[in-house]
Design a protein around this ligand. Sequence first.
Ligand code: CP3
Length: 350
Amino acid sequence: MGVTLTAPLLLRAARGEVVDRPPVWMMRQAGRYMKAYRDLREKYPSFRDRSEIPEVAIEVSLQPWRAFQPDGVILFSDIVTPLPGLGIDMDIAEGKGPIIHSPIRTQEQVNNLRSLDPEASLPFIKTILQALRQEVGNKSTVLGFVGAPWTLAAYAVEGKGSKTYSIIKNMAFSEPTTLHQLLAKLADEIAVYVRYQIDCGAQVVQMFDSWAGQLSPQDYDTFALPYQQRVFQQVKQTHPDTPLILLVSGSAGVLERMAKSGADIVTVDWAVDMADARARLGKHVKVQGNLDPGVLFGSKQFIRDRILDTVRKAGNWGHILNLGHGVLPETPEENVAFFFETAKQLNALV
Ligand code: CP3
């Protein structure tokens, strides 16, 4: 008989086991605040190269692992990475984010979208995820991620990031049939992609519905929630044991609705007090979060106090310690190091 390997901490907590301390990782933990990343970016100026050349993406994913040993190591990629495989050409512009060259605005364009064949259009994902699992073994949990239908549709329809979402809202409120077809198509293809990530080694998968917080609650119920459910239901049918996390930016008004998505874990941002989030969601819903990324500009004492406050409010079950959103590019690396050190000593501190 081989040696029985204990599952890593984050995976156990995500499955609902009682653990000694909350596992900790940081959204956007690979990226611009790290000098090692900025140096590599000079050598590989194109984001698509950095995320699609396996050796480079593996190296970037592992930079925070080597520096801080977080309990979760996330695949370095982007939510728009699968779009070319659907026939939606894209690029990621420095300082701007995703650019879609021919935005999807008509029924005909929706009809012409292809089905995702991950082996063919995303072969690098398998190489990257397998290498990450190999590298971290059972010392950390490998996370995959995808964008949710509403958020990917926002990029596909707007053609780039937006402050107002006028184009997609115009479509939602005047031509909803076309948009619903796009959302349904995206949901089915995203489910295929999540399954593929799990088959390639992702142990937990987070779905980013970053721009669903731009919808009023009634529109969230029409355009975001049903398609989050559609993805999670399809994934659970074939992969019932992989924990799934949902993030919505600016989610304070839809927190209870997020719990209806079928996600195992709901991300909470810093606009909601963690104790209030627990009270609103009920004690059976697992949570992730929720420090203000700006806290990492504070003193060490301040950072420690905020970690302790969050952990006490979250209680000792079903909590993954994280920021409420991505780490900011200007964050001092030594404060990130301090955040992880402190979080990993928590069984002694609380
Ligand atoms: O967490 C990680 O370490 C994995 C890396 C990751 C990236 N994008 C790399 C990236 C993750 C999880 C994403 C998801 C993503 N991409 C989201 C959802 C998360 C969120 O913030 O709500 C969204 C909305 C996108 C779309 C996107 N891609 C944006 C808004 C930007 C940033 C534009 C900017 O310059 O500020 C990108 C580009 C991008 N993706 C960067 C990184 C590290 C920055 C560009 C770079 O490093 O060259």
